[in-house]
Design a protein around this ligand. Structure first.
Ligand code: ATR
Length: 265
């Protein structure tokens, strides 16, 4: 079977390395490539994918929303988030899924012991935040809190959550057991942190959905304070693993996938 990830730019994607390592480990003769599709070419997507003979593909920045009108069906998570990262082609039908939320939460469940009781703050209210919140709700009893710079972003949120500003998040930070940054702040090599960590409790796990860089500025700051940290590597691996499960119905070799990515970082 042939698979791909579509995006723009896509040169640095680690998805091909990760998926091909899994195929090899399972003895499958499948292949996975990165396809660079600029916005101006996107209207040709149906032809591009059928010329390649793909059985399924991943969708990344900037096409996760743009793909939706081309799909025959989308799953509930994609509907909630308004974005798709996985397409399965079944008898010519294109079916969209979003595995980012389950990817993050699967990793967190394996990392954090008492997730069910955890008080969680998610910073940012974009697509990634919504997917994680929607998935996390199934596993956590206390109501989730989401903080965002722009409060009007919550207008199309229909989840039962506490909403607050970034300033409120800073002052109430001591109440949370897990803090998850979903904003792009702190990816570059600078000291910018989305909220001050002055009020952070010493036990609180600080997390970021990014894994390049391996430690964003919020993770570096939290680590310097002696807090446990958790980056986005597992999210990347588990979202890919879930895509593979959707395409093949098979369980992937998660450890091989993770090692293949780690080798390239
Ligand atoms: P994604 O799909 O990765 O979630 P997104 O939907 O563009 O990306 O969402 C980006 C999130 O990062 C938003 O919550 C955004 O806040 P706003 O709604 O206020 O724009 C947040 N974000 C981006 N840049 C930010 C900044 N400089 N300060 C604070 N939040 C920022």
């Amino acid at each position: 079977m042939k698979y791909a990830v579509i995006g723009h730019p896509i040169d640095h994607s680690l998805s091909p390395v990760m998926h091909n390592a899994n195929f090899e480990s399972l003895g499958a003769s499948s292949s996975y490539e990165a396809l660079n599709i600029p916005e101006q070419q996107f209207h040709l997507i149906k032809d591009i994918i059928s010329d390649k003979g793909l059985a399924g593909f991943n969708v990344t920045i900037p096409h996760k929303e743009r793909i939706i009108p081309y799909l025959d069906e989308i799953d509930d998570q994609s509907k909630t988030v308004g974005a798709v990262n996985t397409v399965n082609i079944e008898n010519g039908k294109w079916i969209g899924y979003n595995t980012d939320g389950i990817g993050y939460v699967t990793g967190l469940r394996q990392t954090y012991e008492n997730l069910e009781e955890a008080k969680i703050l998610i910073i940012g209210a974009g697509g990634a935040s919504k997917g994680i919140a929607n998935e996390l709700q199934q596993f956590v009893k206390p109501k989730l809190t989401v903080a965002n710079r722009t409060l009007s972003r919550f207008d199309n949120w229909h989840l039962d959550i506490n909403k607050m500003s970034l300033a409120e998040a800073e002052t109430s930070l001591a109440n949370f057991d897990i803090v998850i940054n979903t904003t792009p702040i702190g990816m570059k090599d600078n000291r910018e942190v989305v909220i001050s960590l002055d009020n952070l409790s010493s036990h609180t796990l600080v997390s970021d959905i990014v894994y390049i860089p391996f430690k964003t500025s919020i993770l570096k700051l939290a680590e310097a304070k002696g807090n446990p940290i958790y980056n986005g590597l597992d999210m990347f691996v588990f979202q890919g693993a879930e895509s593979f499960r959707i395409w093949s119905g098979q369980m992937p070799d998660i450890n091989t996938m993770k090692q293949a990515v780690l080798k390239r970082l």
